[in-house]
Design a protein around this ligand. Sequence first.
Ligand code: NAD
Length: 480
Amino acid sequence: MFKLSNYIDGALVPPASGQYIDNYNPAKGEVYSLIPDSGEEDMDNAVKAARRAFPGWSTLTADQRSEWIMKLSNRINEKLAELAEAESKDNGKPVWLATQVDIPRARDNFAFFATGIKHFASESHQTAPKVINYTLKQPIGVAACISPWNLPLYLFTWKIAPALAAGNTVVAKPSEITPMTAHLLSEICIEVGFPAGVLNIVHGNGPNAGNALVNHDDIDLLSFTGGTATGAKIASVLAPKFKKMSLELGGKNPNIIFDDCDFEKALKTTLNSSFANQGQICLCGSRIYIQRGIYEKFRDAFVEATSKFKVGDPKDPDSRMGAIVSKPHYEKVLSYINLAKEEGGTILTGGEAVHLDGENKNGWFIRPTIIEGLDEQCRTNQEEIFGPVVTIQPFDTKEEAVALANCTCYGLAATIWTENLSTSQFMAQNVKSGIIWINCWLLRDLRTPFGGMKNSGVGREGGWEALRFFTEPKNVCIKY
Ligand code: NAD
């Protein structure tokens, strides 16, 4: 059985404990590799290596760091097909999706920040004729980066790239549920001769490896993407130590469709925003509110199109959806479908597991599910399911739509469908969410601030926001 390694101080090493965790292929429901069960000793080795590498890396010029990071980007591009297959096998997502979205985006994350850092400038302020203030933006030190399983290499590199570009060294922990492409990134670092200790990748589960990283006294800042409950635990450790942190957390995103929308576009995109990646994208819209004038027409077309989705082998190019990432998550999603029924919801399509034949017979597949007839306060509509399950509900006015959009503890993303400029702007102004899509979804520009309000997080990633987060501003005032 293939054993993944930690990547510490430029070398692939086994975990100090000698213990490993099972890694599953969710489409087959079977173990196919083993992950280091790392703990305090491994994290300590990684943080020490990152600390040793910091003076060298942080004093390179932006151009020099950029050159190194571009090597990672280029190598990811060369290995795109291999990485996409590995991502699909580890996560259950269709190979075509990993090929078109996940791996190109990992490549682009590195390229974006490798070039972005060349344009990252300091401000200066002429305060009086003989007084100038200028603000340095200095690398901070050892950055801890912890990422989730839904977009494994994509979100892992989204943190690592700006941290490195800004001149920090990094200790990164990928999700134990999808560690493979992070391991392949370690191999890429070795292949391109990336300087030892600058990036360290340590595997393991949250309570053991993740917790050891968060609690390590010698990390300077932390960037986390994952669940809200985990974010709260991490914040309780780091806040009293006054460590800088960025938390990208859960969501329960509204998708609001007005009568005057472009019907076909709204329908086509809603199919994606509901079920892409098996509904396991933090930006997926899971509460769909449809204005009453088109409610029945939209519902019927949406249900009909969804019921034709092929849920199948991730290797099959015709599979619109692949497997759910893990058995516990599969069981969680199915339990929410049962809860929805108990709460009085009607399943319009889906609502059950899919049992495939052949090598996928033990895989974890769920049919895309649309539920009607629930009120907005029930648990199904308040709690994050993070799977291929959406609810639909009619609304009448734009004021009511705002109230519905804002009625959960989350505030990550919202999608608005209307051809009326004033309505779209009313919604954009009043919906409490870090990201608003109008007549589109997941149309990403890496320069824009990315993150959530309320229980969806603290801070923003992307563009200058990320480079600001990964640097410490220091103001220097000169009088001459
Ligand atoms: P999770 O919180 O269970 O795990 C995320 C990461 O944190 C993993 O690497 C895990 O090992 C680690 N971890 C767990 N407990 C830890 C602890 N006590 N200390 C340190 N690290 C710990 O989340 P998940 O199930 O992997 O991911 C799904 C969640 O991520 C969903 O809530 C989803 O909405 C969210 N998410 C948010 C965004 C965003 O940008 N806001 C993007 C993707 C996913």
